[in-house]
Design a protein around this ligand. Structure first.
Ligand code: CDP
Length: 227
């Protein structure tokens, strides 16, 4: 029997990971956070003191970074050269560096292969920037999840506040806009809505509303096949 795959793409802070995690739980699928893999690669480069602009060094160094994922109590863990770095990749610094390393062809080729292998062996819901366009072009459902940059910045700001980190909302929005521009305008696998993806704008929807919408879309697409 073939596996079922759901692809969720969209810009930074659209809520992809929160929503994909909940959908995965409801459907009992595996959630694959591909951004975490690029973030682990970014952490590796930062530790090597490689600059974001130095594409040549990034291309070469990425061969020394072995990135894999594991699950502990259903939560994805990212392993970088044998070290669990899951707790170290959620900073703004790593996020910015991830967007820079993600431009590199050698990095993408490595990550995409790993992601395709995961989807070939399990029912997955995967989120990222190129899932519907490159990683899972035959996904059973593709969603392009977005929200206004103002709303996305507000969500990021709240997330940081909840962690006790104070930050400037307009600076966060500026960073988000810059990162989106970089992701949408790069040569390799730019972020764009796949032709057959359903656009969901979450600006005025709650998390539960988006989750229910995606599950409904999935059931509609696969009606007759699902038990
Ligand atoms: O959580 P957030 O949306 O801020 O970012 P993320 O999903 O953790 O991804 C971090 C960066 O990795 C993005 O800005 C992209 O540049 C890159 N990325 C990518 O190029 N392709 C993916 N499939 C996932 C992430």
């Amino acid at each position: 029997m073939d596996n079922y795959n759901i692809a969720i793409d969209g810009p930074a802070g659209a809520g992809k990971s929160t929503i994909a995690k909940r959908v995965a739980k409801k459907l009992e699928y595996i959630y694959v956070d591909t951004g975490a893999m690029y973030r682990a690669m970014a952490l590796f480069m930062l530790r090597q003191e490689i600059f974001a602009e130095d594409e040549g060094k990034i291309s070469k160094a990425c061969n020394q970074a072995e990135i894999t994922i594991e699950y502990i109590d259903g939560e994805q863990q990212v392993i970088l050269n044998g070290e669990n770095v899951t707790g170290q990749i959620r900073t703004e610094e790593v996020g910015k560096m991830a967007s820079a390393v993600a431009k590199c062809n050698a990095v993408r080729t490595k990550m995409v292969q790993l992601q395709k292998n995961l989807a070939a062996t399990s029912n997955v819901i995967m989120d990222g920037r190129d899932i519907g366009t490159v990683v899972l072009p035959d996904a059973d459902l593709k969603v392009y999840l977005t929200a206004s940059s103002k709303e996305r910045a507000l969500r990021r700001w709240k997330e940081l506040e909840n962690k006790g980190i104070s930050s400037d909302r307009s600076e966060i929005e500026a960073d988000i806009v810059k990162r989106d521009f970089q992701d949408m305008n790069r040569e390799n696998s730019p972020l764009r809505q796949a032709e057959d993806a359903v656009l969901v704008d979450s600006s005025n929807l709650t998390i539960d509303e988006v989750v229910d919408k995606i599950i409904l879309l999935f059931k509609e697409k696969c009606s007759g096949e699902l038990g």
